[in-house]
Design a protein around this ligand. Structure first.
Ligand code: ADP
Ligand code: ZN
Ligand code: ZN
Length: 828
């Protein structure tokens, strides 16, 4: 490095602020050797704030427009990210028109994103061991024992240091402290009571003695002991969840407490939201059937041609088994593999299935996990990048795992590639993880497999046009037939009085038969709550949200009205607010109402509901799924959550209560979404024997339904493609949506009109709008949308540059600055 010391050095850094571009600081001589791209430095930005910024480049060019400030400190001896990530981040921010700071904030775990206001707390798992701390660290830890949380600024005051970041960094990496955001995360780590044998039962002999003792004196307690042993044997475990044990043995907690007191049992707390390391024997991939074998060959060939491969395989065709083969192959080469899944498809069920194959080489990255666990995954990957990875590394994760520090990627699998949750909507960067994955893989010479039973229009278009290689698996495994779909004409059924509540006779009959046969059913209704609106029978008044332009949904459980957009809650009105009449009627129906009707229609059936309301707590979700899996539930009612990633052997009937609601949205993807949902949820039926699907509709001639009926994806695709072509939508055109927000309606009208005029100067009639979205006011902001449709012959880079400069010009006028402008490239 000798020569570099002669001329002044500068660094360009990414700051976690929503401003375009990078920022230049001068680099004091003493750090010249240490500072390389990817390390964090401490810099001042604005008059008071200090940030940890990521160095993007080191150079000798002083900026001409502003006086540079010096770097205040260096936080890392080594880069905290993979260098190639910087390049990938640039692509994301360029392509999705977001700032580098936004991308950095989305990618870096909270613990790596320090700034003056960052609040630090003691780490919940810190054991109080002071011996590992330096004097300064000790001072901070001590203060945190009293204070609960401190900002970096306050810590600076305590230590009499202008820049306490290095001290804080050490506390974080030693696991003593954690960023407050981590500690207060929406989903707190959840601890559950597990039962293990206590001191009085520490040997086989003692257990035997207790058995005979209890047999004479306390039969109920013996039930618990026997249930415990039974479950341990079944699960090959030494501990049992307390709730499971009580349920199985059917005793009260008093009986159980007696056993605790006698130290027969003991309670330990276990984190349940954490994937537990798998310790069992690893199993080999299954032997593929001939169709899968053929598919695997096709995939390899596509890869060999350097193409992204689309695997279009019907539900239960064994796509996952094919993935497992490919993953095993890539791991053998010592590569990193990323298996992307939609958020809610990332179930314990699937994780368990993969763990049996890949054990400790598999990491899971998930927004339901806490920050500490995310940092662990992050650091493991950084380690991988420095060393040879023995046996490779598999990361299974949702959308944001494309932002992890991969550097040795061999394969990316995007499962359920059509899923809309791959797109991040808010905050920016508004990226699509599926598309970003294709770019990420290209940058690392990795292969990409997009898998689904219901491809997105875009990907299938790419596959048919030869840009991607297409591989099809159209046979379910083991000769299983596709489910039998039956469409029920609800108009007709109503006329004939063959409807009870919201159930047709046909669906009720199927449900009854299924119950009698001891089989399970899933009912799909894509609305939660009891009734989506309430209406005065006399004057048609209906209660609406005070913050949003939407009617309030009635939730019967708490007897209240709730806004599904902002969370506003009010109690159920007794009378009409307009005319005072008391005859308020429910309109429409959600999962809660279906559940109630069902319990009246089938009082003997065990019914459970899976939706946002019943799964607020992470364990809620897992509990419902588990009891359905165990057969403790006959009928599961749910929203979209029941359509994804679940594989239940005993489900042989799926009922769709209102297919029309799935296709009626005023947006160009409505039919695509409707088809996908119907086909996916149908695929849940009959994973063992041919299943039945009953679709209720008031519009049975809807074209989408006929394709669902025949399991005809291609038919649907060409039908829809034609529409897309006619109306200038993807895959023929590219879209950029501009979403405007303002608190004042008159202002937004005026500003939107003005903005459109100025954009038309550049884009002509490619600009459409402004339109009011379906819900045109949310959280007191009025919303308007503009859309730019761009033919594929234009160079997108130019288009985006022009758009940004037009928006910049618009913002130069001070009175326009109160308008919030969000740009969404490739909106869904
Ligand atoms: P998909 O991912 O296409 O929905 P899965 O991979 O989940 O399908 O396969 C459906 C079921 O069939 C699973 O229980 C799976 O284990 C089983 N299966 C698929 N292929 C095979 C095979 N070749 N040998 C044994 N079982 C298989
Ligand atoms: Zn009224
Ligand atoms: Zn609201």
């Amino acid at each position: 490095m000798g020569m570099s010391g002669l001329s002044p050095r500068f660094v360009d850094v990414i700051l976690p602020v929503p401003l375009p571009g990078t920022f230049t600081y001068s680099l004091p001589l003493e750090w010249e050797d240490q500072v390389i791209p990817g390390v964090r430095v401490v810099v001042q930005f604005g008059s008071h704030k200090v940030f940890a910024a990521v160095v993007k480049s080191v150079h000798g060019t002083a900026p001409s427009t502003y006086a540079v400030k010096p770097v205040l400190d260096v936080l890392d001896p080594q880069p905290v990210l993979a260098l190639r990530q910087l390049d990938f981040w640039s692509w994301i921010s360029d392509y999705y028109l977001s700032t580098p700071g936004e991308v950095m904030a989305a990618a870096l775990p909270v613990a790596l994103r320090l700034q003056s206001e960052t609040r630090i707390s003691l780490h919940p798992d810190y054991n109080g061991d002071h011996s590992v701390l330096t004097d300064r660290e000790y001072l901070v830890a001590e203060a945190l024992e009293i204070q609960e949380s401190l900002t970096l600024k306050e810590i600076g005051t305590i230590l009499h240091l202008k820049n306490p970041m290095p001290v804080v960094r050490n506390l974080l990496s030693k696991g003593v402290a954690a960023a407050q955001e981590e500690v207060e995360e929406r989903v707190k780590p959840r601890f559950v009571d597990f039962v293990v044998f206590g001191k009085a039962c520490s040997s086989e002999q003692q257990i035997g003695e207790w058995m005979s003792r209890l047999e004479k004196r306390a039969a109920r307690q013996l039930d618990v002991l026997l249930a415990f042993l039974q479950i341990c044997r079944e699960e090959d475990a030494k501990e049992v969840e307390k709730g499971v044990l009580l349920k199985r043995s059917g005793v009260s907690s008093t009986v159980f407490s007696a056993l605790l007191k006698q130290e027969v049992f003991e309670i330990i707390k276990r984190r349940v939201d954490r994937v537990r390391p798998y310790e069992g024997p690893l199993i080999q991939p299954v032997e593929l059937n001939p169709y899968q074998e053929q598919a695997l060959l096709g995939i390899r060939q596509g890869f060999a041609e350097g193409k992204v491969v689309m695997l279009h395989g019907v539900t239960s065709s064994g796509k996952t088994e094919v993935y497992i083969h490919l993953i095993a192959e890539a791991l053998r080469e010592g590569k990193q593999v990323l298996y992307l899944l939609p958020e809610i498809a990332l179930t314990m069920q699937l994780i368990g299935r993969l763990q049996k194959h890949f054990g400790g080489r598999m990491l899971v990255y998930h927004s339901r996990f806490n920050e500490q666990e995310r940092v662990e995954v992050w650091n493991r990957l950084l380690d991988d990048n420095l060393n040879t990875i023995q046996g490779g590394r598999l990361v299974v994760g949702a959308r944001s795992s494309v932002l992890l520090p991969f550097d040795k990627l061999g394969l990316i699998i995007v499962d359920e590639e059509h899923d809309s949750s791959y797109k991040q909507v808010d905050p920016g960067p508004r990226y699509n993880a599926r598309d970003a994955a294709v770019v990420l893989a290209a940058k690392q010479d990795a292969r990409v497999l997009l898998g689904t039973a219901t491809p997105s229009m875009e990907s299938y278009f790419n596959a048919l046009s030869g840009k991607y290689a297409l591989v099809t698996l159209d046979k379910r495994h083991a000769g299983l037939e596709m489910p039998l779909v039956r469409i029920v004409d609800m108009k007709d059924a109503r006329k004939r009085k063959q409807v009870q509540g919201h159930f047709s006779q046909a669906l009720l009959e199927e449900l009854r038969l299924n119950l009698e046969a001891g089989k399970q059913s899933i009912l799909f209704q894509n609305r939660r709550g009891f009734a989506p609106s309430l209406e005065c029978n006399l004057c048609s008044w209906s209660p609406r949200c005070v913050n949003c332009d939407v009617s309030l949904t009635y939730h019967k459980k708490n007897h209240e009205l709730r806004c599904h957009y902002c969370g506003y809650v009010q109690s159920m009105p007794q009378r009409c607010a307009a005319c005072g009449d008391q005859d308020l009627r429910m309109r429409g129906y959600g999962t809660e109402r279906i559940e109630e009707e069902l319990t009246l229609l089938f009082p003997e059936a065990k019914v459970a509901r899976l939706d946002y309301d019943t799964t607020r707590s992470k364990s809620g979700y897992q509990n419902i799924i588990s009891s359905f899996e165990e057969g403790a539930v006959d009928i599961l009612i749910g929203t979209q959550m029941v359509t994804k990633g679940l594989d239940f052997d005993k489900v042989s009937l799926v009922g769709i209560l209102n297919a029309d609601a799935l296709m009626g949205f005023p947006e160009f993807r409505a039919h695509e979404r409707g088809f996908q949902l119907l086909a996916q949820v149908s695929g849940r039926a009959g994973r063992r024997d041919q299943g039945h699907v009953v679709v209720q509709s008031y519009n049975i001639h809807h074209p989408v339904l006929s394709y669902v009926l025949k399991h005809d994806f291609q038919g649907f695709y060409f039908h829809e493609l034609n529409e897309r072509h006619r109306f200038h939508y993807p895959p023929y055109y590219r879209l950029i949506e501009i979403r405007l927000k303002h608190k004042d309606e008159r202002q937004i009208e005026r500003m939107a009109a003005q903005l459109i005029i100025s954009l038309k100067k550049t884009f002509g009639n490619r600009v459409l709008g402004p339109t009011s979205p379906y819900v045109s006011r949310v959280r007191n902001y009025h919303l308007r949308h503009l859309m730019i449709k761009i033919e594929k012959t234009l160079v997108m880079g130019d288009v985006k540059k022009r758009l940004m400069s037009a928006l910049e010009d618009y913002r130069k006028i001070p009175e326009n600055r109160s308008l919030i402008v969000l740009v969404d490239v490739d909106p869904l």
